[in-house]
Design a protein around this ligand. Sequence first.
Ligand code: FDM
Ligand code: MG
Length: 209
Amino acid sequence: MTRGLFIVIEGLDRTGKSTQCAQLLNHFSVSGTNAALIKFPDRTTSIGQMINSYLQSKTDINDNAIHLLFSANRWEMSQNITDTLNQGTTIIADRYAYSGVAYSVAKGLDYTYCKYPDRGLPMPDKVFFLDLPPQLAQQREDYGDERYESLDMQTRVREAFMKLLIDNQYIHKIDVTGQSIDSVHDTLKQQLEPLLTQQQQPIKHTLFM
Ligand code: FDM
Ligand code: MG
């Protein structure tokens, strides 16, 4: 049995990540591929609940501390990710460590420091960055509900993502400006096509190494 693929979708808030993740999940289930959706932060765990209350501005947490909690929230899931992939199930992740770095750097934390806690996590097979100008994302429904959803912050998050894209050339940027849900979905499928037909190597743990 071949292992599942680990696919990550990244982007600013309101760029269509969750929609595209759901579309991919549906695509895989229709085509008979075992697939599962995960989302970071995973707000269901006890660490996740702390993160959730922070994002809803119900609590304040030191910038370094919350950065480490976001990372811990990935580490507590990491064995599960590896096991699921090895059992042959493809994983689609709505955000991962790239968001972890980009949002904290946007708040002023050091870039190299920010990558460190996530070093050694399962390495995705494919990472997409859905790119939409922050001004356009801002016009979308429900924008501004949570901490970080301001034009100023999102602009800085995008800048941090651009640095990550330069340093991690495997991240595939997709300009979603003016694109329909279906056309973005088609682009993602096209990009994934070559991976589906090739035998995957064992999962690497080289993230940010
Ligand atoms: N976020 C998300 C971070 O700041 N660090 C992280 O490691 C992750 C995974 O949390 F503003 C931010 C990004 C976003 C918020 O994400 C919650 P969703 O996708 O909007 O639920
Ligand atoms: Mg959000």
